[in-house]
Design a protein. Structure first.
Length: 248
């Protein structure tokens, strides 16, 4: 059988096999491997002058077809469990079906691309004077039938909607702000206080502090000054007031 093919029509060996299957109107799940192999080999014989990189792909498929053809012609063997070996065409059929699926998907995308080229877009070309035009409002017509009572009712309804938006509980919360207190600033404050008083009680020192965080930082500042030897601390008895002395 003399067959003539054009290489550029086929994108690979699977494309050629699908062409032969469609041309011979063959069921892809029951490929007559002998017939397809013979026709495929006729095509490969005409590729002697083609690019070797392209020919090699078709030669690999030719070897696969010849291997399947040999297995189909040999008597079927049985394994130890007396079960016949599987159909050697199964793997080839799976590859053909997968290739066919993606091939037709590419056709669908190509059609959508062609259809998309038919859409035309035009930017708005509205004159500036038309954009700036505003429809005149007839106040008499707009306020027709409006009375002071209706206006009052509308005002009350709007105010009620605003009051309904306010959370009765969260609206009473105050604003929580973080008080920034620096221990270095408190150390300077304590030293200035000690320069003036030389000796003082810790209780009197804390009287000038206005918040809990300031009291804590002042206490830490006194400990830091004691650590550096700038002040001395003394307490005669437990629970007595702490006396702070400045180091000369």
């Amino acid at each position: 059988m003399d067959l003539e093919f054009k290489l550029q029509v086929f994108e690979g060996p699977l494309d050629l096999l699908l062409h032969l299957i469609d041309k011979n109107k063959i069921n892809i799940y029951d490929i007559p491997i002998v017939t397809i192999t013979d026709q495929y080999m006729e095509y490969v014989k005409q590729m002697d002058k083609q690019d070797l990189n392209i020919v090699s792909e078709f030669l690999v498929m030719a070897a696969t077809l010849l291997d399947i053809k040999a297995k189909m012609l040999l008597p079927k063997e049985k394994n130890n469990e007396d079960e016949e070996q599987g159909d050697p065409r199964v793997e080839l059929v799976a590859k053909l079906l997968e290739y066919k699926k993606y091939k037709y998907m590419s056709y669908e995308l190509k059609d959508r691309q062609i259809d998309a080229c038919k859409y035309m877009y035009k930017k708005p070309t509205i004159p500036d004077e038309v954009k700036k035009y505003e429809t005149p409002v007839d106040l008499d017509k707009l306020l027709n039938g409006i009375t002071l009572k209706k206006l009052n009712d509308i005002f009350k309804e709007v105010m009620k909607r605003q009051s309904d938006k306010i959370d009765p509980i969260r609206s009473k919360f105050g604003k929580i702000e973080k008080e920034e207190v620096s221990i270095e600033e408190k150390m300077d404050f304590v030293m200035e206080y000690m320069v003036e008083h030389k000796r003082c009680s810790f209780k009197n020192l804390l009287k000038s502090q206005c918040s809990k965080i300031q009291i804590i930082v002042t206490f830490l500042a006194v400990l830091e000054l004691m650590k550096t030897g700038k002040v001395n601390i003394m307490q005669e008895h437990i629970f007595d007031d702490i006396i702070i002395d400045a180091v000369a």
